[in-house]
Write a protein that binds this ligand. Structure first.
Ligand SMILES: Cc1cc2nc3c(=O)[nH]c(=O)nc-3n(C[C@H](O)[C@H](O)[C@H](O)COP(=O)(O)OP(=O)(O)OC[C@H]3O[C@@H](n4cnc5c(N)ncnc54)[C@H](O)[C@@H]3O)c2cc1C
Length: 534
């Protein structure tokens, strides 16, 4: 920001209907500042929020305002670009081209280190064909699907960019990069920014183009099989060229392991080598889907949305017998997606286009799962949680006919009585491979289904229309976060058993979403750079 301009930062509240009328917004700002409207010069919005708790829905905007005649600099930082790497730049290998791996690559280039990215899946465009194959033909490719492929698990998602991190500088940096690659600059100011599944692939492609131009490298269809170490330090990786079926061996010096929460083979690899892993709690449950119009009606007190209100969302949390039940990754105007990574499982998640204009609203509704749960279900050891996840995913696949059709039930039938009841017909859902009526209350482990049923009843007390007869649940929502942590030193971020390996992002257990994974990529890559300088 230019030091010369005298500006003031304030929060301004006004009826949300005003937000599309520049004159009314200026009037509200001037009033808040006790300035006459003609005294108000340039202004810029730093943050956009909404308060829909009461009938009069308010926009709450954080504004930076200047006096008439003063100009404020744009919020967009035009300095974000990658310079070409010198020929002899140090090299670091990154496994996984999800947000963690890609942001690590951007930061490495910025700091003079050449990233070599190995990704088991396909580039975004090719990946789309593999997604269609899941929906139409029920065929799940082991390496290219909703979780695996360029851009990682979030490429075909709602692209929500929320994080609990408070490191504003880093968040700003990650968002500025996304805008640089083509995201709407509104993400810089929206309190709950999202990009949308129709926009994310182009952003990921532009990112790749710039990384390649700067001298970074990508190898697609490259599945990491083994990590080799000499005297406790990483020395080489063995990987499979999935197209030719040939194995390759590459010497490596630094290895950023950003393989995401679905890379079960990587957890199993660490386990087989006797390298430290830790189990961690996670959450599991179902996706619940309503008509978007109904959610709007609930959240906006029956008001029409107009141009000024986004499709409404909700966040619900309660405790059932000491176990948390909560909504997760809500996708207003979205679609429930088939996110299995292996053929004999059902996994659901959700996505939305940038306009969030599909007629459905879906959300994960999940229960906190800990060691006690998976042990009682007969799954022991550090991989117990992972094996419990796998077990539930397979149960759902078997119950719905061993295709990518998912088991589903009307919400009101799920919460009916002690054990639920089979729905005679399932209303239309957005889940494209199709659904099969199953009594999920009986099918899912009772620790999950009983807590969910109680949770839904509680949410129905808060929002009676939530228990709409047309609302459907589809199962399972099982990949909310990693069931395992790959530990790392709190300062060097190296794995304690193998120097030069940096667990990163959601797979390591250090992130829980696109933005937090990107931030972890920035953090880990800083350590990689420092280790070269040491
Ligand atoms: C449908 C869907 C919707 C989602 N919506 C949102 C959302 O709106 N907002 C949000 O914040 N989060 C969302 N998420 C979660 C989000 O995508 C993840 O939290 C995030 O992508 C994690 O980033 P990551 O880089 O750590 O791992 P990932 O994105 O999982 O990337 C890991 C990459 O590693 C690759 N890989 C795995 N194993 C190997 C191997 N052996 N060899 C080589 N490569 C390998 C994978 O192919 C993958 O590309 C969604 C996820 C899904 C599936």
């Amino acid at each position: 920001m230019s030091a010369k301009v005298k500006s003031i930062i304030i929060d301004v509240r006004f009826p949300v209907e005003w937000s599309t009328d520049e004159n009314l917004v200026r009037k509200a700002i001037a009033k808040e500042l006790s300035w006459s409207p003609s005294d108000l010069g340039d202004y810029r919005v730093l943050r956009k929020n909404l308060d829909a708790r009461k009938k009069t829905i308010l926009a709450i905007w954080r504004i930076e305002a200047a006096k008439s005649g003063d100009r404020l600099p744009p919020i967009l930082d035009s300095s974000f670009r990658l310079n070409a790497l010198p020929a002899g730049a140090q090299e670091a290998h990154i496994i996984g081209a999800g947000p963690a791996g890609l942001f690590a690559a951007l930061n490495l280039i910025k700091k003079g280190v050449r990233p070599i990215i190995l990704e088991r899946g396909q580039p975004v465009r090719q990946r789309r064909r593999d997604l269609v194959n899941i929906t139409r033909n029920h065929q799940v490719d082991w390496d290219s699907n909703y979780c695996f492929g360029e851009g990682g698990a979030g490429t075909y998602s709602d692209g929500k960019l929320y994080t609990r991190s408070h490191k504003r500088g880093n968040i700003e940096e990650a968002l500025q990069w996304l805008v640089h690659f083509g995201a709407d600059p509104e993400i810089l100011v929206e309190a709950h920014p999202h990009i949308g599944t129709n926009k994310l692939p182009q952003i990921i492609e532009r990112m790749r183009e710039e990384i390649l131009q700067a001298g970074g490298k990508y190898i697609f269809g490259a599945r990491l099989l083994d990590i080799q170490a000499e005297n406790g330090t990483v020395s080489a990786i063995r990987w499979l060229d999935v197209e030719s079926g040939k194995e390759q061996l590459n010497p490596v010096q630094k290895l950023v392991l950003a393989t995401g929460h679905s890379a079960r083979d990587i957890f199993e690899l660490f386990h087989s080598k006797g390298w430290k892993l830790e189990s961690k709690p996670f959450a599991m449950g179902v996706r619940v889907e309503h008509r978007q119009r109904l959610i709007d009606e609930i959240q906006y007190h029956g008001k029409q949305r107009g141009d000024w209100l986004p499709p409404a969302s909700y966040r619900l949390v309660c405790q059932v017998n000491g176990r948390g039940v909560h909504s997760f990754c809500m996708c207003p105007g979205g679609i429930i997606a088939p996110c299995a990574t292996e053929p004999d499982q059902i996994v659901t998640n959700g996505w939305s286009p940038s306009k969030r204009n599909n007629p459905f609203a879906n959300s994960g509704m999940v229960v906190q799962i800990d060691e006690q749960v998976w042990q009682e279900a007969g799954f022991d050891g550090v991989l117990g949680g992972l094996n419990f996840q796998r077990h539930v995913e397979k149960l759902c696949w078997e119950a719905a006919g061993q295709t990518q059709q998912a088991p589903a039930q009307r919400l009101i039938d799920f919460i009916h009585g002690e054990r639920g009841r089979l729905s005679s017909a399932i209303p239309q859902t957005s889940y494209l491979p199709g659904v099969v009526s199953v009594n999920l209350r009986e099918l899912l482990p009772h620790v999950i289904s009983d807590a969910l049923a109680e949770g839904f009843r509680e949410f129905g007390k808060r929002m009676p229309l939530f228990l709409d007869p047309q609302a459907v649940i589809v199962a399972p929502e099982s990949r909310t976060s990693s069931p395992i942590r790959i530990p790392r030193d709190s300062v060097s971020l190296n794995h304690p058993d193998v120097d030069g390996v940096y667990p990163c992002g959601e797979g390591g257990g250090y992130a829980g979403g696109i933005l937090s994974a990107a931030l972890d990529g920035l953090r880990v890559s800083d350590q990689v750079v420092q280790s070269f300088e040491a």
